[in-house]
Design a protein around this ligand. Structure first.
Ligand code: MIC
Ligand code: SF4
Length: 755
């Protein structure tokens, strides 16, 4: 039986009326995305048509999911909101804080010890406020959500950018910062700019070496890391119907890598099969009753050009497997063409590791496809040339894969089976084969491959591919290996070829698990005590941020002008820093240490305008803070790309950065800045970026008139006394200006709850 089935049934009860009402106000057939959005309006019945990409709309999501690395800050904020219980079903999943080293048994024990304080905190806060708690080892948030909570036609938010994975089961599932989740936990509306809609029509069928992953690797190549910003990607067509549910999840998952708000697929037989296989006949039966509301109207898919803002068509018959990378997930290269590219660019051909796992590709089907390749290495006597690491997506998947012999196949190859957790995908990897910052290549089935992400080494070239392709490349040990055409030499000196992968969509004997790792919260948690030690180095209760006054916005110093890609990993690095995710002051010591200073092209070395000397970014910023001076960060396009972590906004805020001025923002990060009462601005004229000099001081001359739709004027005073005037655009609406004026969105909630 499914969790929260009554909630799901009530969504379906309302659906028909609301969708029919929306079709009337919009005045034309509806896409699936619109059906879900319009049936989740905070105000209930649709009464007007929203302008895509323009109107801010209040929504009422059905549920929330948080993972351990972001839940700490989200729940520390929720604790301040003054509510006894969360208003909608919420879960917390412990998956990011477990380091991969020796294998699951040892690693999990170590994590339970080293992060005991954080896990205990999360468990007790969850218990107190009525939140379902998934213990360390239970699995990666998005696989656990897909297996237990996602349902067609539903809307959820999650404090992780890959929340979008649940689109594989026909949801509109959106990654947000913790402060957004707090709004919904506190029983308030959740605001989003009504998204643009990108349609992706899939014709033909995937077969052979091509997998669902290759669909999104291809889309990433087309849209690039920012092409999906502000949009929902809706997949449809015969090719979509023929993909498995978890394959659809893979595609939606990596929609985060093109900046998409989310991605989704219409309800179909593959979803029904998956629901039934994961013990949710009740959801499948309920969904079947409203089936036509859980996909777009027929006219839409018949004439997609008329209903989507942008349309992409991919013929799956002609789609080849890809490997994307290094350093960015949108650098797409068909397998077989990588050799030439690698030589041109000096990427090491030798592959040291093949890693299979992450929320993107750790389903039973994924493991079975990769295992079908691994098995051949054993039977055809090919000694693998790279090391193998596997992270199953959940305990249920692990248990079932072990029962069915899949894990044994990997172990025969010498693979290490790590905990059911994020592991190397988020830099939780104690990689022992490297001595220093050696140049090397790894292949993995994850979604992100930014510099330093997996192992902290800036010279690790990481390539993203399907699990089966990762297995094949890792066995060959060569980046330029093309299993469709090339042969390998086995231990008997014979030339052998790998056969095409064979996957099993759902375990023929059914899923099984002994202890899934779930803890139900107490019915009445009011007596539960949540302890945070004042001397803890990992947890710190929050103090409200003071509003930034117009006076403080005169004489603002440039902290850093970031050059090129500046992702949330650059702004608030993960890996070893994950341990401080619940302690704002401690984690602030990593603020922007990965960003490249445009003036010297170095990381973590900026000019301190007070002394004229150079220092680390956090130290320099702390010096400005001590002197009572606010500062500004300047950046390039898609600033804040990647994670949902609100630390990337809270840390600069805590240290006294008042504004971030960039060419463009990634959606979640821009919202996170607004929520924390900062100014997130974009250059009206992009080339003004070039006018910013190292010793600049900024005066926000018209900040007192901060208003909706009115750009701000910044006077930039250079070291020689000369001045430039820069116009900065913003997307703040009335209530967001309120957050700025009161210091943060949380301050507003607190005030409203107090009366
Ligand atoms: C990631 O994949 O980068 C993370 C770690 O899951 C993040 C969340 C975080 O930083 O905690 C995400 O994608 O939102
Ligand atoms: Fe975890 Fe990686 Fe997925 Fe983020 S992308 S949730 S770190 S597995």
């Amino acid at each position: 039986m499914a969790f929260d089935i009554e909630m799901i049934k009530s969504v379906y009860t309302n659906m028909a009326k609301r969708v029919d009402g929306a079709r009337e106000v919009v005045g034309k057939p509806l896409t699936l995305s619109e059906k879900i959005l319009y049936s989740h309006l905070w105000d209930g019945e649709p009464s007007k048509a929203f302008k895509r990409g323009k109107d801010y709309v209040d929504f009422a999501p059905d549920r929330i999911a948080c993972q351990d690395a972001t839940a700490q800050m989200a729940l520390l904020q929720f604790m301040q909101a003054g509510k006894p219980k969360v208003a909608v079903p919420t879960t917390v999943h412990c998956d990011h804080l477990i380091q991969a080293k020796s294998g699951a048994a040892v690693d999990l024990k170590v994590a339970n010890k080293t992060s005991a304080e954080v896990f205990d905190f999360l468990e007790s806060v969850s218990n107190k406020y009525g939140i379902g708690f998934w213990k360390p080892g239970a699995g990666i948030i998005h696989q656990v959500v897909l297996e237990n909570y996602a349902f067609p036609g539903g809307m959820m938010i999650g404090t992780d950018s890959h929340t979008v994975n649940a689109g594989g089961l026909g949801m509109v599932a959106i990654g947000v910062g913790g402060a957004d989740a707090v709004d919904v936990m506190a029983g308030m509306a959740w605001e989003l700019k009504f998204p643009r809609l990108i349609g992706v029509k899939l014709t033909g069928n995937i077969s052979g070496w091509t997998s669902a992953k290759d669909v999104i690797l291809k889309v990433a190549g087309i849209l690039t890391v920012k092409g999906g910003t502000g949009a929902i990607i809706e997949y449809f067509g015969e090719g979509a119907k023929n993909l498995s549910c978890t394959g659809k999840g893979t595609i939606c998952n990596m929609g985060a890598e093109v900046g998409a708000t989310t991605s989704t697929f219409g309800y179909d037989d593959s979803m029904e099969r998956y629901l039934r296989a994961t013990d949710r006949n009740d959801v499948a039966d309920a969904a079947n009753m409203v089936r036509e509301y859980l996909t777009a109207d027929d006219e839409v898919y018949a004439n997609p050009g008329q209903y989507f803002d942008e349309l992409i068509e991919i013929d799956l018959n002609g789609l080849r497997p890809h490997l994307n990378g290094p350093f960015t997930p949108d650098l797409a290269t068909p397998v077989g063409k990588l050799g030439v590219k690698a030589k041109e660019n000096g990427w090491p051909i030798q592959v040291d590791w093949g890693l299979i796992g992450s929320c993107t590709n750790s389903s039973y089907e994924d493991l079975s496809r990769a295992a079908s390749i691994a098995k051949q290495a054993v039977t055809k006597k090919i000694r693998p040339k790279s090391d193998f690491g596997i992270n199953p997506g959940s305990e249920q998947i692990r248990y079932t894969a072990e029962r069915d012999g899949l894990l044994e196949t990997f172990e025969k190859l010498g693979a290490t089976v790590f905990t059911n957790a994020c592991g190397p995908c988020i830099g939780q990897w104690d990689r022992s084969d490297l001595k220093g910052d050696e140049k090397n290549t790894i292949v993995h089935s994850f979604n992100r491959n930014f510099s330093k992400r997996a192992d902290g080494n800036p010279n690790t070239h990481a390539f993203v591919g399907s699990p089966e392709m990762v297995a094949a490349i890792a066995i060959s040990g060569k980046l330029d290996f093309d299993p469709m055409h090339d042969t390998l030499i086995n231990e008997d000196g014979e030339e052998v070829k790998l056969d095409e992968p064979m996957g099993i969509e759902l375990p023929p004997l059914g899923f099984a698990v002994e202890d899934a790792g779930y803890l139900e919260p107490d019915e009445d948690g009011s007596g539960v005590e949540v302890k945070v030690s004042p001397t803890s180095e990992r947890l710190q209760l929050l103090n409200p941020f003071a509003p930034i006054s117009p006076e403080e916005l005169q004489g603002v110093k440039l902290l850093i002008k970031a050059f090129g890609k500046c992702t949330t990993d650059h702004i608030s690095m993960a890996g070893p820093w994950l341990r401080f995710r619940g302690h704002l002051d401690n984690i602030a010591n990593n603020t922007l240490i990965g960003a490249i200073n445009a003036f010297n092209k170095r990381t973590n070395l900026v000019k301190n305008q007070l002394t004229g000397g150079y220092g680390g970014v956090p130290d320099t910023q702390r010096a400005y803070k001590a002197a009572g001076i606010k500062s500004i960060v300047v950046g390039d396009h898609n600033y804040g790309e990647g994670s949902s972590r609100e630390h990337a906004a809270m840390q600069p805020r805590h240290l006294g950065v008042a504004a971030v001025l960039v060419k463009s923002f990634a959606r979640i990060h821009e919202t996170n800045l607004k929520k924390q009462g900062m100014l997130g601005l974009t250059f009206a004229n992009e080339s003004d970026y070039d006018k910013i000099q190292e010793d600049d001081t900024f005066n926000f001359i018209d900040i007192a008139d901060f208003a909706v739709g009115k750009p701000l004027t910044l006077e930039v005073v250079h070291a020689d006394g000369s001045k430039d005037t820069i116009i900065a655009n913003h997307t703040y609406n009335e209530s967001q200006i309120g957050w700025f004026k009161e210091g943060s969105a949380l301050n507003v909630i607190k005030r409203e709850n107090a009366v």
